[in-house]
Design a protein around this ligand. Structure first.
Ligand code: NAD
Length: 508
């Protein structure tokens, strides 16, 4: 077994693979430490699975598919009903593991799990979501109908920043649709993911239906090229997502890749000032800016540029500390490497001439001197050529830009290559309507800083933030995880008139 459910710290020194319902100790020579980002304590070691192990996981999923796809839809749904209850029951314990390995605060860790739990709840409605269509009498006594059938073995590749929510975007919906699954969690923080996988087995997911392999590029590439994998769902950076999309696509798979971002919040002078500034600060610095929907650019329209001192004052008040400490607003970054990268980007902003209004580089966190902390950092005077604008920073850094009109703001956002999320802050319905219509970004918030849709809608990034047509949850994901078959049928009574042989296309 993996870590016992009632004690997150026991027996997790070597993370196991899950193959055909068995917890397997990897035979690999390649291991990586999972490190608490606030303390540098090594929590466990994760294997980079061998190609034989990856092949075994795919083969187990392929064999289980034959049985699982015939399991009645109600039986599949009832497993999800049990699963959602188990996640709810174990949420606090998993949140502790998640906070320890990822760094986010305990409250935010619970939010991470909760947003995934909502997808599991939605999976319980698959009976109505997976229905086909029917048209009667499309020609003389002929009916046409569609079947939404499971497609086969699906693979999921997930990032470090939401180790609960994003795996839960993937395998519950794939499995409830009748598919089997091979999950490759982030190698940086797989422990909470594995606790969720254990609960899935406890809920009744049969051996081989859900498998887990760990690793990096080698394992991902093996999943993208194996002939038995039919579908690949990826969430992570744009560079890796583009590689996965291309490689898996070349090997004939259906692929969706949800990728990096540069999310602009546009602030109009008629916006509610306090609410807007609170929203900007929360969305820019929460989770240390490591959210794909974090606000990373504030576009200040007209006289809202005068709000900068108050924005700075609110950012300064945030408490930087370990996620396990009460009252923490901003936890550490995931790794020393991530911290070095963010510090380098801040340095580049200074060198390229932006004004550093608030500098989080030297933040001190007593008791956690080794932590990967960067404090809230605020730039003004940023231009579109600077690296702090062109690159996703993925840290607690907010860049601000100034324009004179809403039209200029819309043009600025639409010129940026990413299209994940954006927001408009205003009290004007007309401005909001114009913005939602003209903006070329997948997810739009009106006075909402992080407009992640609830699971009965779909996550809908666009342009450089997404490849593939269908989103990772909501109704779209049922299309993603099923194959549509169209049946055209005619039945004969004993007394049907004999049509005779017809060698032409029938005119209806
Ligand atoms: P990442 O791209 O480094 O890693 C994602 C997954 O790909 C991991 O499982 C990793 O093991 C694997 N991987 C890493 N390098 C690889 C390579 N060279 N070849 C093949 N596979 C490789 O992303 P991350 O740092 O874990 O996560 C942060 C990124 O994810 C940010 O860019 C963020 O915006 C993005 N993200 C996007 C969404 C979304 O819905 N659009 C959601 C969350 C995170």
């Amino acid at each position: 077994m993996n870590a016992p459910l009632n004690d997150a710290k026991a027996d997790i020194s070597q993370v196991k693979l899950l193959i055909n319902g068995e917890w397997v100790e990897s035979k690999t020579q390649e291991w990586r430490d999972i490190v608490n980002p606030a303390t540098q304590q090594v929590l466990a070691r994760v294997p980079f699975a061998t190609s034989d192990e990856v092949n075994s996981a795919i083969s187990a999923a392929q064999q289980a598919f034959a049985r699982w796809k015939r399991t009645p839809i109600g039986a599949r749904m009832r497993i999800m009903l049990k699963y959602q209850a188990l996640i709810r029951e174990h949420m606090k314990r998993i949140a502790q593991t998640l906070s320890a390995e990822q760094g986010k605060t305990l409250a935010d860790a619970e939010g991470d799990i909760f947003r995934g739990l909502e997808v599991v709840e939605h999976a319980c409605s698959v009976g109505s979501l997976q229905m086909g269509e029917f048209a009667e009498n499309v020609a003389g006594e002929v009916d046409t109908y569609t079947l939404r059938q499971p497609i086969g073995v699906c693979a999921g590749i997930t990032p470090f920043n939401f180790p609960a929510m994003i795996p839960l975007w993937m395998f519950p919906m794939a499995i409830v649709c009748g598919n089997t699954f091979v999950l490759k969690p982030s190698e940086q923080d797989p422990l909470s993911t594995m606790q969720l996988v254990e609960l899935a087995l406890e809920a009744g997911i049969p051996p081989g239906v859900l498998n887990v392999v760990h690793g990096g590029k080698g394992v991902v590439d093996a999943l993208c090229t194996h002939p038995d994998i039919k579908v690949v769902s990826f969430v992570g950076s744009t560079a890796v997502g583009t590689h996965v999309y291309d490689l898996a696509g070349q090997h004939g798979k259906r692929v969706q890749a949800m990728m990096g971002a540069k999310n602009h919040a546009v602030v109009l002078p008629d916006a509610n000032k306090e609410q807007t500034l609170n929203a900007l600060v929360g969305a820019a610095f929460g989770a240390a800016g490591q959210r794909c929907m974090a606000t990373s650019v504030a576009v200040l329209v007209g006289k809202t540029r005068e709000w900068l001192p108050e924005l700075k004052a609110k950012a300064e008040q945030l408490k930087v500390n370990a996620g396990s400490e009460s009252g923490t607003d901003v936890g550490p970054l995931i790794s020393k490497r991530a911290r070095e990268r963010v510090l380098g980007l801040i340095e580049s902003g200074v060198a390229e001439g932006a004004t550093l209004l608030l500098d989080g580089r030297d933040v001190q966190v007593p008791g956690y001197e080794q932590g990967n902390f960067v404090g809230p950092t605020l730039f003004s005077g940023v231009t579109t050529e600077m690296r702090i604008y062109t690159e996703e920073i993925f840290g607690p850094v907010l860049v601000t830009m100034e324009v004179d009109t809403l039209d200029e703001a819309i043009a600025l956002v639409n010129r940026n290559p990413f299209g994940n999320g954006t927001g408009l802050f205003t009290q004007s319905g007309a401005a909001a309507r114009k913005f939602q219509s003209e903006i070329d970004v997948g997810q739009v918030g009106i006075n909402i800083p992080i407009p992640v849709p609830v699971p009965f809608f779909s996550f809908t990034g666009s342009r450089g933030s997404k490849l593939g047509d269908l989103g990772p949850y909501g109704k779209q994901v049922v299309q993603f995880y099923t194959q549509t078959k169209t049946v055209t049928a005619r039945w004969f009574d004993d007394d049907s008139v004999n049509d005779g042989v017809n060698t032409t296309i029938t005119l209806r």
